[in-house]
Design a protein around this ligand. Structure first.
Ligand SMILES: Cc1cc2nc3c(=O)[nH]c(=O)nc-3n(C[C@H](O)[C@H](O)[C@H](O)COP(=O)(O)OP(=O)(O)OC[C@H]3O[C@@H](n4cnc5c(N)ncnc54)[C@H](O)[C@@H]3O)c2cc1C
Length: 413
């Protein structure tokens, strides 16, 4: 493939402009390479997510010089996590701040993704929106052709970053589509947590302290509730007189068979309020400020990290169970890591060296940093989705509260 032909050409084409793609693009362009981002949706747009950003995510924002911008639109600092099991005692854990004293805070996804992608553009990445990538052809030796729906010619790139948030984009992920691996060897995703769908709703008038996030659920359904930042899409936000009310995010993961039994997200919401005492209290006077958004199915597990010129970041590389509330932070940190590795091997992307060397370096550092965290997070989620198991765990943790705080740290917080 001739990378010097007339078609538009870049060192790196990033597919997907979510937290993984936007942060990877920003760091790679900062390393001095020509980067484009292809995002199928126009921003701002909402997305199913609990919107919790751990301190490690905030340090990536600081590195990109957007922490101050995001602080202005974020929810308050989060210091506690209250656990509401269906049965057994309620618990309170502490969310650690990082060494610089930075705490977790939530940001509405429409605002967060918009600001992050805007930052990649400010640093020099070319952003194409809406641009739905239908196919990626090529490899490390030849370079890539990236086909975009409705474009007459493919775009060309020496390497591609797959940040499309999914394991299922067939031709794009070849040579090993839907391939799960642990350190060095292919592995099936953990059983029992796969056939789940995700929902999100924003609410007002929730009885929950500003500095606390609540987690818990009922059999087959796991929910997280917190005060988030205000959404740019709030009704009437355009009027000068508009004063936003405190906005809360309720996100839940539900097994498909439970959804079938209850029929709709609204019925599941009512079921959660009825059956879970803690959530019932918090949501007793709550008002929904929009419609339920849905996504799924979810596929937690570690997948591919590098394959023949394709670098995977965010959920495309590995997905931690949604109920751990770490996916965005992992995506942001992986974008930063990829930028650093590419910066260390700049010559390879500019045409000189073997791309496989860069790929192996990225894969090793990725597995080292995130591999065990993903597996630990997915193991915790198995317990949390089962009321009997979580009741036993809650009784134990009630007696040994330090163990709960240790579990919170193991999950990456
Ligand atoms: C119910 C639920 C609650 C969650 N709660 C939290 C939480 O509280 N905290 C947290 O950190 N994480 C949470 N997560 C996980 C988090 O949302 C994801 O891990 C995160 O969004 C992954 O980022 P990403 O950039 O990899 O993918 P995405 O955010 O999915 O971004 C991928 C982007 O690629 C674009 N795209 C896809 N296909 C194409 C294509 N063919 N061409 C062009 N563009 C394309 C999409 O439009 C999208 O914008 C939650 C998830 C769920 C489901």
């Amino acid at each position: 493939m001739d990378l010097n032909s007339n078609a538009e050409s870049y060192d790196v084409a990033v597919i997907g402009g979510g937290p993984a793609g936007a942060s990877a693009a920003a760091f790679i362009v900062r390393a001095g390479l020509r980067v484009c981002v292809l995002e199928q949706k126009c921003f701002p747009r909402q997305k199913v997510c609990g919107e919790f950003v751990a301190p490690a995510g905030w340090s990536v924002f600081a590195d990109l010089d957007i922490a101050a911008r995001l602080h202005r639109v974020a929810g308050p600092e989060l210091q506690y996590v209250d656990v509401y099991p269906e049965w057994g005692p309620e618990l309170r854990g502490t969310l650690p701040a990082d060494a610089a004293g930075c705490c977790a805070r939530a940001v509405s996804r429409d605002v967060l993704d918009f600001i992050l992608l805007q930052r990649a553009a400010e640093l020099g990445a070319a952003i194409f929106q809406p641009a739905h990538v239908s196919q990626v052809r090529g490899g490390a030796r030849t370079g890539f052709e990236v086909f975009i729906a409705g474009w007459p010619l493919p775009l060309r790139a020496r390497a591609v970053v797959l940040a499309h948030g999914s394991p299922r984009l067939g031709a794009m992920n070849s040579p090993s589509p839907g391939h799960y691996r642990t350190a060095g060897r292919p592995a099936a995703p953990p059983s029992g947590i796969r056939d789940c769908l995700g929902f999100k709703i924003h609410l007002e008038n929730v009885h929950l302290p500003d500095n606390t996030t609540a987690i818990g659920g009922v059999e087959g359904l796991y929910a997280g509730l917190l005060r988030t930042g205000n959404s740019a899409l709030a009704p009437n936000a355009v009027h000068a007189t508009y004063r936003p009310r405190a906005c809360y995010n309720l996100a839940f993961v539900v097994e498909r068979k439970l959804l079938r039994r209850y029929g709709s997200a609204a019925e599941l919401y009512a079921h959660l309020r009825r059956r879970n005492g803690g959530f019932g209290r918090c949501l007793s006077d709550a008002r929904l400020t929009g419609d339920f958004l849905s996504c799924g199915p979810m596929e937690p597990g570690v997948r591919e990290v590098y394959a023949d010129g394709r670098f995977f970041v965010g959920n495309a590389a590995g997905e931690v169970h949604a109920l751990i509330g770490e996916g965005m932070t992992l995506a942001l940190c992986a974008g930063q890591l990829l930028g650093r590795v590419i910066s260390d091997h700049r010559a390879a992307l500019a045409g000189g060296e073997d791309l496989a060397v860069v790929g192996e370096a990225y894969r090793d550092r990725w597995l080292d940093r995130f591999g065990s965290r993903l597996h630990a997070g997915n193991a915790f989620s198995q317990v949390l989705m089962r009321p009997l198991l979580s009741a036993v765990a809650a009784t134990y943790l009630h007696a040994f509260p330090d163990v709960l705080n240790q579990c919170i740290r193991w999950s990456g917080k």
